[in-house]
Design a protein around this ligand. Structure first.
Ligand code: CO
Length: 193
């Protein structure tokens, strides 16, 4: 239990730090949630949305799944999107993939991963629709990077085509890729601002 006890200790220290800096910090956060962004990212522990964007609690509404898959039949993601758009009135949707994504690597392999295969089939679909994009890519690394980017582009296109965004065209959809090696975000698709 040592590792769990540490989490509770760290939580107390964090809450004390925040309160010391601003006595009203938690009270103000409790009153209202007004994030400008919906973040759709990978569950990978190395890509924490708030941390890599230097944002605070309250600034970003977050949904994460293996390999940041966007599937318009995914009731979980669709509920998050609807809530973010209609109730939180977010202005930007960010689909963020990352180089070195294990989910993408698994989807690109011929191995079987049990139940996860159903999830990964959404990535395999994107691959099948873009086979010619891989022409001339010699190394596995280059192919995986390309797949990470294509998965983000496909996600952005799906969101843009969704009924929800079609009826809320003021929302800007962005496609980004995060590089684990240097911590930098890159624009790949979608919005320019
Ligand atoms: Co990943």
């Amino acid at each position: 239990m040592e590792i769990i006890s540490k989490i509770f200790l760290e939580n107390k220290a964090w809450a004390a730090d925040k309160s010391n800096m601003d006595k009203e910090y938690f009270y103000k956060l409790s009153l209202i949630q007004e994030p400008d962004f919906l973040w759709i990212g990978c569950s990978d522990s190395r890509v924490p949305a708030n941390e890599i964007t230097n944002t605070e609690p309250g600034e970003m509404f977050v949904h994460r799944n293996i390999a940041n898959v966007v599937d318009l039949n995914d009731i979980n993601l669709m509920s998050v999107m609807q809530y973010a758009v209609e109730y939180l009135k977010i202005k930007h949707i960010i689909v963020c993939g990352h180089y070195g994504c294990g989910g993408i690597k698994a989807a690109m392999s011929k191995d079987s991963f049990g139940k996860m295969d159903i999830w990964l089939s959404k990535i395999k679909e994107v691959y099948s629709q873009n086979v010619s994009s891989f022409d001339g890519l010699e190394t596995e690394e280059a192919r995986l990077k390309k797949m990470v980017e294509l998965n983000v582009i496909a996600g952005v296109k799906k969101i843009q085509s969704s009924e929800l965004i079609q009826s809320n065209p003021e929302i800007v959809v962005h496609g980004w890729v995060y590089d684990l090696l240097d911590g930098i975000l890159h624009r790949i698709a979608g919005g320019t601002t």
